[in-house]
Design a protein around this ligand. Sequence first.
Ligand code: F6R
Length: 591
Amino acid sequence: MCGIVGGIGNLDYREFLLSGLRKLDYRGYDSAGLAFYNNGKISLYRAVGSVDNLASIVPEGHPGTAGIAHTRWATHGGVTVENAHPQRSYDKKVYLVHNGVIDNYKELKAFLAEKGITFRSDTDTEVIASLISYFLNEGESPLNAIHGAMKMIDGSYALAILFTGTPGLYFAKNKSPLVLGRGKGRINCLASDYAPLMDSCTGFAALEDGTYGVMSQNAVIAFKDGRNIALAFSSRDKEDYSYDLEGYPHFMLKEIHEGPGVMRKNVKNHYDAANGYLFDKKLLDQIAESDEIVLLGCGSSHYASEAAAAFFNTNGFRAASYIASEWIHGIYPRPKKPFYILISQSGETADLISCLDMIGEETPTLGIVNAKDSTIARRCSNVLYIEAGLEVAVASTKSFFGQLALMMLVCGALRKDKTVAEGILAAADSAEQVIAMADQIDAISEKFIAARDAFFVGRGFDFFAGEESSLKLKEIAYVHSEAYPGGELKHGPIALIEKDIPVVAFVGNEELSKLIRSNVEELLARGATPYIVSSKGCSKEGDAFVFPEVRPEFAPFPEIAFGQLLSYLLSIRRGLNVDKPRNLAKSVTVH
Ligand code: F6R
């Protein structure tokens, strides 16, 4: 995954690069590094672990006239200083940082090895540096050397490159995001996303695949297929990239608190009581004319899409939800006239981009996306932004609320049913009250402290809340957790139930309440410790937690608020790094 940042011109490089990395470390945080260009020479600093570890070895006031930096999520080679970026070419003429994966790096390595070139690291990135240097040594200019290498490389890359003895910050991009930023007062920068550029730049351009070029402090020159191209720079709203804890101890807690507000914002953006729904009619017509709505996503975005598909189905539209990385294998039915909805917080998820490659440009698509101008947002034929603002914690929270609310609103608009907008507003209030009852949830989290395993059960819409809550518990509290529809337990999983294993049962639907409660009895009889989380209308004496009543199809909002907080509070109790859990990255740009 990885994040890259670079700049040239009137910058305090140490500060710019380190603070940029801190804003990008959601993309990976197992090691970090940077390089300064100064008077023809390049100095390199790399460290295993956090950006703080890197900061501790980079001298204050380090001189430089350009710089590049990287935060890593290891794909090729272990977490070592030698594998951290920037990577150097064998002859130290080329230093670069890379986000992406080079598919044919073994072949390229063999090609270079034949020429007598040796390697210091296990990374695919070092191969790019030495390949560019190979072309330099063949007499090519830096730009032509980059272009020569691009023609040989299969795979994804966003690259920021420095050349020993040649001023200028060079770049190249294919299938990994890269944004250029133009600053006031002779500054040009680049990064994997907008956040690190917001303080220094006022104009931004997201690059297309196949673009490469060079920036000085005064100009940016870009090429595609050997031809000079013009870049269109536009402004961005700084608020969308606000990176401030605003008094909260962790981003995850802040973002859980923001969830209900994101739901209300989506209602406000797409509905008004006087005029009804405000979506583009053409978009609604395209959906209505399809014979099936196919929803694609990964992780939490997939769970949001499962709940949304059920919502479309129960409102009279045929819809199906698939995990993006499985859908691409062609094992699911292909409707004759599909309408595809691709759901993604980051807008950069590789598995989802592969779906777009398969869908092609003829079939209508809608991106439900948070990150503005991201690859998925640009490539879908329609896009609706969930307007959740920057989500910094690796575990998705407020985005889930925005995604599900927005898809439900689209469904409400298709049916011209104002009770959908009203239901979402009521669910936002209910979720907000759940969040206000954090002390009660914390008391429950104490009982999970020694748990190695846990279960979430539910029926109907409540099951989706179980899936998403279970994912949260795994991700940030490292509890092995399974989510099952209540009726499915007896078909196998109940064999795992042992004394004291905690089971959270969501009960948000009066009609299904009896059934799920009898499933809970079966678990109790086998020694489990159940925690029933019910809506007011479904609640019974002895339930562990009761949330304010909402219609059953909206119950996932308060239920998931409970699941998010339970996981957060348990993670804190266990002393874990809640915003940056192990092995994960926020933007999953590899397959
Ligand atoms: C879970 C989580 C991941 C993402 C998944 C998809 O908390 O954050 O499961 O939901 O990687 O990411 P996006 O939505 O960016 O496509």
